[in-house]
Design a protein around this ligand. Structure first.
Ligand code: ZN
Length: 214
């Protein structure tokens, strides 16, 4: 079972990808983890990626695809895998399909966790982080015992710049421009499945297992 997770930043796709990986016993593959592993192990691909990253440049699509293809060819991926954070753009999706085709493989599902922008902005603006220990909370979903005070260490809680509405709006704009065309792409391929991401995360997961099967 080969799965791609789609959804805006803050829609909860990482959380659902982990739950899918655990239930179906397939690896959860994120590009960040692949980069780190290859660089740490000093592989040829890792060395190449590092030369771009050291210069503060984006790793080119071809190299990202090579890294992903190398990862999905490893032994633990024979039953399938769930890709999280890749592909992000149409050229990446096309390159991935081409590479899979040459291995006689194809993706089975692209799961889109659909959450309206305003819900995401609201969700993020409710996050709070401790300035001292870094613990994170949510004023509605994971409140502290005492408002504004960290349960863990008594430190002060703040709204991080990353979670501020204006920052979130910017990231959502980039997402809509680059990643949303993937929704049309996978619809045309006949593998897109959309789930409502505004409900409780266990209910989102139930909708996903309803699609993937027990
Ligand atoms: Zn703290």
């Amino acid at each position: 079972m080969k799965i791609i997770m789609l959804g805006a930043p803050g829609a909860g796709k990482g959380t659902q990808a982990k739950k899918i990986a655990a239930k179906y016993e397939i690896p959860h593959i994120s590009t960040g983890d692949i980069f780190r592993a290859n660089i740490k192990n000093g592989t040829e691909l890792g060395k190449k990626a590092k030369t771009y990253m050291d210069q503060g440049l984006l790793v080119p699509d071809e190299l990202v695809v090579d890294l992903v293809v190398d990862r999905v060819n490893q032994d633990d991926c024979t039953k399938g895998y769930v890709l999280d954070g890749f592909p992000r753009t149409i050229p990446q999706a096309e390159a991935l399909d081409k590479a899979l085709e040459s291995m006689d493989q194809k993706m089975d599902y692209a799961i889109d966790i659909n959450v309206p922008d305003e819900n995401i902005v609201n969700r993020m603006s409710g996050r709070r982080a401790c300035v001292d220990c870094g613990a994170t909370y949510h004023i509605v979903h994971a409140p502290t015992k005492e408002e504004g005070i960290c349960d863990n260490c008594g430190g002060e809680l703040i709204l991080r710049d990353d979670d501020k509405p204006e920052t979130v709006q910017k990231r959502l704009a980039v997402y809509h421009e680059q990643t949303q065309p993937l929704i049309d792409y996978y619809t045309e391929k006949g593998i897109l499945k959309t789930v409502d991401g505004t409900v409780d995360l266990e209910d989102v997961f139930k909708a996903i297992t309803g699609i993937l099967g027990e």
